[in-house]
Ligand binder design. Structure first.
Ligand code: PLP
Length: 538
């Protein structure tokens, strides 16, 4: 007959030295013969600053009346026999119950984090035995609390967390519009898709138009170009920065060239002065794949804020994570609407999930040959996708955003430590290069084995992997040598020679710099690389 949320008077044997004393309590769980209660106390002043306390006044009740304002200290829980309940005093209202139960869930979540995740995160590093990953999630209880908070909202689709994440990320970057999406790959797909919109008139990308990019790319920078009937034009890169060679870029431009789509490879900005100047000179769209470079700067300004559109990834390897996730950013309001349309089924309407009639003309427009007043929510200006994120993803991302400046700094410090430790090996390695006007937000530490070195990549990466140091290649290497190209008829053009790209495919690898790495781990990596080179030199 009792319910969770009931305020009852309970007899406690131990609360008074003189014997049994009755105390008002709130039931938070019920079993057959007993229940779990939280004591109420009048000592509001004493406990009001505890974040595990809730002040209760008569406004918090749906039944009954309190004699005085009281406080519930949520960690003061007790199992009592139902027989010891003497009287029902009232009942909390639904809003207060929701808050109380949410706070209890938070206490459990925090307990779970500190009992399960935190020990795993703080296990001492054992050289040779502990795995040194190339990247990984770095988080604490705040990400888990946000995730649980959004789960309890059960809003599911983009909601309050997504709005806050979007506003905060826009503020960080100094970007006008952020359009969240379910991955960096989706962000790339949307950036290209948006530029094919007929609403752009003559400037739209049409089948057969060319988009210049590099071949040592992440596959989903290139794939959307082909998927939209466009022709990727591949140019070579510079070793050290692993970014486009700007001379070759300009030489690659033809009458059909309409866009440039380049990543800031491994967190090192490409030459934005020159690439922007070329884009302007030839009236080309510029898309920055900023997925690996969040927080990098060119001339003091964040990468991703120079081109017409830019993309981000929030996969766990990246600078901040939400598991799966990504975003497109732009300062151009028309492009924002186009990206949003392609993301949201291709629709013309831009209502947020769960909202109707944001435009105020939902049933009052003549659109094309549609019947007058056709529901704007069901008008499609594009053949789009559904690539939206959930509020749970955004909730995790929001907690990560608070850590972003520290993450960037730690990545830079880790990169510097590796650089200082490995620069003596310049005889055998091409070390990474950060252009003078750039500030990198490193994704990893890239090494290319110089011609004539007494070892090859397979030997060194096997050596490192065997010592529990994870290694990676610069993505697809020369993507044209991947089965996706050799076993398909995908149209493309190569401008100039891809000599350095081929070298990257055979001789380049990278190791981690992510914020989860400690100085001890970095020094272990440096030592093992030095050891390998020493042994080979003999
Ligand atoms: C440069 C670049 N672009 C795009 C992506 C794709 O991002 P996502 O894994 O979120 O799809 C990645 C992934 O690592 C990447 O490195």
């Amino acid at each position: 007959m009792y319910k969770v949320g009931d305020i009852v008077e309970v007899k406690f044997g131990f609360t008074s030295k003189t014997g049994i004393k009755s105390r008002p309590s709130v039931i938070i769980d019920l079993h057959r013969a007993d229940c779990i209660v939280i004591f109420m106390t009048k000592e509001v002043h004493k406990y009001k600053n505890e974040d595990t306390s809730i002040i209760i006044t008569n406004d918090n009740l749906e039944q009954g009346k309190l004699k005085t304002t009281s406080i519930l200290r949520l960690h003061k829980q007790e199992a009592v026999l139902k027989d010891n309940i003497t009287i029902k005093l009232g009942r909390l209202n639904r809003k207060t119950m929701a808050l109380l139960l949410k706070k209890l869930t938070f206490i459990d979540t925090q307990r779970h984090y500190y009992a399960v995740h935190h020990p795993a995160q703080t296990t001492p590093f054992v050289p040779g035995q502990s795995r040194i990953n190339y990247a990984g999630r770095v988080y604490d209880e705040r990400e888990m609390l946000n995730l649980v908070d959004s789960a309890l909202d059960f809003w599911l689709t983009a909601g309050r967390f997504e709005r806050e994440f979007t506003a905060k990320l826009a503020g960080f970057l100094g970007a006008k519009h952020i359009i969240t999406t379910n991955s960096g790959s989706s962000a790339n797909l949307l950036a290209i898709a948006a530029l094919t919109s007929p609403k752009l008139g003559d400037r739209r990308l049409k089948r057969g138009d060319e988009v210049i990019t590099v071949a040592a790319a992440f596959p989903t920078t290139v794939a959307p170009i082909i998927q939209h009937g466009l022709v990727p034009v591949f140019v070579d890169l510079d070793l050290g920065t692993y970014n486009v060679n700007v001379q070759q870029l300009e030489a690659a431009i033809s009458k059909r060239t309409k866009a440039i789509f380049l990543a800031h490879t491994m967190g090192i900005p490409f030459d934005l002065d020159q690439v922007l100047a070329i884009a302007r000179r030839y009236n080309l769209w510029l898309i920055e794949d900023n997925c690996d470079a969040l927080g990098a700067k060119w001339d003091g300004k964040y990468t991703g804020t120079f081109g017409h559109l830019a993309t981000l990834s929030f996969y766990p390897a990246h600078h901040i994570t939400m598991g799966e996730g990504g975003a497109v950013n732009t300062d151009d309001t028309q492009l924002k609407q186009l990206v949003t349309s392609f993301r949201d089924w291709g629709r013309d309407c831009w209502c947020d999930p769960g909202k109707d009639n944001t435009c105020g003309k939902r049933f009052e427009q003549q659109l094309g040959t549609l019947p007058f007043g056709y529901d704007h929510k069901y008008v499609y200006s594009h053949l789009g996708y559904n690539l939206k994120i959930t509020d749970m993803q955004a909730a995790v991302g929001l907690a990560q955003l608070d850590k972003l400046p520290a993450f960037i700094e730690k990545r830079q410090q880790n990169w510097q430590r590796l650089y200082q430790g490995l620069k003596e090996l310049e005889e055998v390695f091409i070390l990474p290069v950060i252009p003078p006007r750039a500030e990198a937000s490193p994704f990893g530490f890239v090494l290319t084995i110089k011609n004539g070195a007494p070892f090859n990549r397979q030997q060194i990466t096997n050596f490192l992997e065997g010592r529990n140091i994870q290694t990676r290649t610069v993505f697809a290497g020369n993507i044209l040598r991947q089965p996706a190209f050799t076993e398909s008829a995908a149209p493309y053009r190569i401008a100039g020679e891809l000599k350095n790209t081929d070298k990257v495919m055979t001789d380049t690898f990278w190791i981690g710099v992510y914020p989860g790495l400690t100085a001890e781990m970095l020094d272990y990596m440096i030592e093992r690389i030095r050891e390998f080179v020493r042994e080979k030199a003999w």
